[in-house]
Design a protein around this ligand. Sequence first.
Ligand code: PAF
Length: 281
Amino acid sequence: MQVLKTQKALKSAISTLKSRKGLGLVPTMGALHQGHIALVERALVQNDAVVVSIFVNPTQFNNAEDLKKYPKTLEADISLLKEASEDITVFAPSVEEIYQTDISSRKYEFNGLEKVMEGAFREGHFDGVGTIVETLLRIVEPDRAYFGEKDFQQLQIIKKLVKTKEIPVEIIGCPIVREPNGLAMSSRNERLPKSLRKEAAFIYKTLKTAKKRFGTESAKSVTDWVKKQFKGHKHLKLEYIQITDAETLTPVKRKKGKTKYRAFVAVYAADVRLIDNIALN
Ligand code: PAF
């Protein structure tokens, strides 16, 4: 397994990598778990060369404390990747290698996708995500890039980004991987004390019941029900629940026959912010 730190070294390695089935990119911020490994495995099946980037991108953090506390576990990440395959190229650049001296993001418009939910609660977050994802796509020039549906809004935004910027890459969304109790896998779960990690199973349990209710109830009634569930919870604080059109991410006013809907939540467990979502139909 090669672990490369500079764009120059990566570009030179890539020039020997690209071949028949193509090149896959799995962008990550490290602290890898089985959710990431599922992306890597899909990439390994669909491509004959795979680059995994490990880069904690400072410009997508709206909260300095969150950035400081974000787990950095490069050695463990490399070991986990090695278990998946020795045949992976890891790109682990420094902040300076990516941003030089100007650690700031470009401004993007994603047709309103960036204004709701994570965009509304984390100012500038999607400008940071857009900046780093566009940068990585331009450095690696993959045929396919893989993102998890846990960050479903991010996935929709990245699809929009490559379309508007005409970046020739296929964006592949992969299903959420969950812990045995249903909690969506996330690098942030590592920061949860054991008892809270157990309690956080309530998030997915509530989403699953919301899905059932959505079959017969209005979006408003389901939203109110979810809010009520979290109000009654001692350790979890709901930041938002939003039911939207899965494509445009616009909040549902009245359900329409063929439209696909999704429910999204952000929840605080102590100071750890967790997000999750579910397809409703
Ligand atoms: O989903 C993530 O881990 C990050 O937002 C990404 C896509 C790697 C960009 O930093």
